[in-house]
Design a protein around this ligand. Structure first.
Ligand code: NAP
Ligand code: GLV
Length: 342
């Protein structure tokens, strides 16, 4: 790690010096202008991306999507951006999502047909998500909130005994992230199965697909984990009807997107105790408004969309490569199927 940082900084300094001289001496040196926007991000974050991308490609220059200079951009690197700006980027050849999800880019069909959309696929993020899901599952199965409550009142007493290996766990969405979560839980001895759109074969693990597979998992599992992408087919997939198919006392965990859930239906299921615990990382409106009713519901646990954050250190290499491919007219890895929406 130490050597990485020394190498990283030394390389950046060398490249910056090189660039200054190069700019001074060679007329016509072309920068790769990339329009950048990350909602609520600090200027330090843009600077961090700038440096990390320059480690792989010194020609990349990030400019704010909202600036005039962005109109020269061939690529845009976006997270929850004002997409109306895209129509002013006449030289645009490709869009890159600053996260694994692309719903923020594909919503409202504002991206022209001929512009490819690329997303990050980062094993580091999949592992981070796996840790968060494990933490959420353990906090439910080991009754962590009950014990925290007892600790505050100095109560030294075992609560109801929990059989934490037999509850069945459903993972909805077993793509780049979900399949890592699925396998990690299996390897820890959990009883886990997965659901996807197309048929999957994962050694030793039951994989379901399609509508029948969905209903089967809703009915038979005790812990339900949503790791789906938000598309026209998955919008509102967890609603009154699907919650009612779940077993009484089920735990519902969502790190997909807020719009996967009909929030009023989840609230109602939590109020009646049909869903005994909901652990949420994502919401219809983010940040979750101060007056949102979820804050008051004791069996709903709130996380501020941090289950698996994009990490510039681990993701910069693939983004630099995607920018290069887009500029050279090549197909970059991890292109999104716009028709499917993920
Ligand atoms: P991915 O690789 O595209 O995998 C998506 C999975 O969902 C695939 O298994 C896919 O099935 C399945 N799926 C899609 N539509 C479906 C449908 N209609 N019915 C059944 N299954 C369906 O996506 P990923 O990289 O794993 O990321 C998943 C999502 O996680 C992202 O889109 C994002 O919303 C969310 N995320 C959240 C955070 C966070 O911090 N909270 C961080 C990163 C990502 P097939 O395999 O058959 O295609
Ligand atoms: C985060 O939510 C992501 O999609 O990467």
């Amino acid at each position: 790690m130490k050597f990485f940082f020394i190498g990283f900084h030394a390389s950046i300094i060398t490249k910056l010096i090189f660039n200054v001289h190069y700019n001074e001496r060679v007329i016509g040196f072309t920068m790769t202008i990339v329009a950048f926007y990350s909602q609520n991000a600090s200027s330090e974050l843009q600077q961090d991306w700038q440096e990390r991308l320059n480690f792989y490609d010194p020609s990349i220059k990030l400019v704010s999507l909202l600036s005039k200079e962005a109109e020269k951009a061939t690529t845009a690197l976006l997270w929850k951006a004002p997409l109306e700006r895209i129509k002013y980027l006449k030289k645009l050849k490709g869009l890159i999502s600053l996260g694994q999800g692309v719903d923020h880019i594909l919503k409202n069909d504002l991206v022209p047909e001929n512009i490819p959309v690329v997303r990050i696929v980062d094993p580091f993020m999949a592992k981070t998500m796996s840790h968060w899901v494990l933490l959420s599952i353990l906090s439910y199965t080991r009754d962590i909130y009950g014990y925290y409550g007892q600790e505050k009142s100095k109560i030294y007493k075992a609560r109801k005994e929990i059989d934490f290996l037999s509850p069945k766990i459903a993972i909805y969405g077993i793509g780049e992230i979900g399949n890592v979560v699925l396998k990690d839980l299996y390897n820890l001895g959990f009883n886990v199965e997965g659901w996807s759109r197309t048929k999957k074969n994962i050694q030793n693990i039951l994989c379901n697909h399609g509508h029948d597979g969905f209903v089967k998992m809703l009915k038979s599992c005790n812990i339900h984990v949503c790791l789906l992408p938000l598309t026209k087919s998955t919008n509102g997939i967890f609603n009154k009807e699907t919650f009612s198919l779940m077993k009484k006392n089920s735990c519902f965990i969502n790190a997909g997107r807020g719009d996967h859930v009909v929030e009023e239906d989840l609230l109602e299921s939590c109020k009646t105790g049909h869903i005994s615990n909901a652990i949420l990382d994502v919401y219809k409106q983010e940040p979750l408004p101060q007056n949102h009713i979820f804050w008051k519901q004791e069996n709903i646990r709130i996380w501020p969309h941090v289950a698996a954050e994009t990490n510039p250190q681990t993701a910069a290499k693939q983004i630099a490569n995607a920018i290069k491919c887009i500029n050279e007219g090549k197909s970059p890895p991890n292109m999104v199927d716009k028709k499917l929406g993920y």
